[in-house]
Design a protein around this ligand. Structure first.
Ligand SMILES: [Zn+2]
Length: 171
């Protein structure tokens, strides 16, 4: 099962919320404990199909904005190629005291090379949700960790109201 994972690279305590048992609540988003100081988040793309997911998040009704910059980027978006791991997308955050100072997000071409455009978008939009500060969640939502559920079962490939509400609450 392909999971889209994220990890905090620096040492920081992470509060892991327990998911509620039963039917998903109307509000499901959870924070990963890390947000950017500024709502203008400079990114650079080294490789991969990230531009659409960036545009989706920038078009959503959220206060954050991904601004392309080659010289002062704090988010690196790229591609890995590793068939010995199970993840199809991975985000790493450098986060101290709740403030994110750097992030990397990669898709794993070993799997995503065979994905449709929308399936790939489901992964990249999910990873950018982690970059902005969202944790995994349950149900048919963008922040569901597995692509089989998030995309193949639920057909989700862009930020929805739950993620938009989450980012508005975090910033
Ligand atoms: Zn994830």
């Amino acid at each position: 099962m392909r999971r889209a994972l994220w990890a905090i690279l620096s040492t920081v305590a992470l509060a892991v919320g327990l998911l509620a048992v039963g039917s998903p609540p109307a509000s499901a988003w959870t924070s990963n404990g890390c947000t950017w100081e500024s709502t203008t988040i400079r990114y650079n793309i080294s490789s991969g199909s990230w531009a659409t997911a960036v545009a989706q998040w920038n078009a959503a009704a959220v206060p954050t904005y991904f601004d392309y910059s080659t010289s002062s980027a704090r988010v690196g978006l790229g591609t890995a190629n590793n068939s010995s791991v199970s993840w199809d997308g991975l985000t790493g955050l450098t986060c101290s005291g709740g403030t994110t100072t750097y992030a990397t997000a990669v898709i794993n071409g070993a799997y995503t090379d065979s994905y449709s455009n929308y399936k790939l978008r489901s992964v990249t939009a999910h990873e950018l949700g982690h970059v902005l500060g969202l944790d995994e969640t349950s149900g048919c939502r963008l922040m569901h960790p597995t692509t089989e559920v998030r995309y193949s079962s639920c057909g989700i490939s862009s930020p929805g109201s739950d993620e938009v509400n989450g980012i508005n609450a975090l910033y």
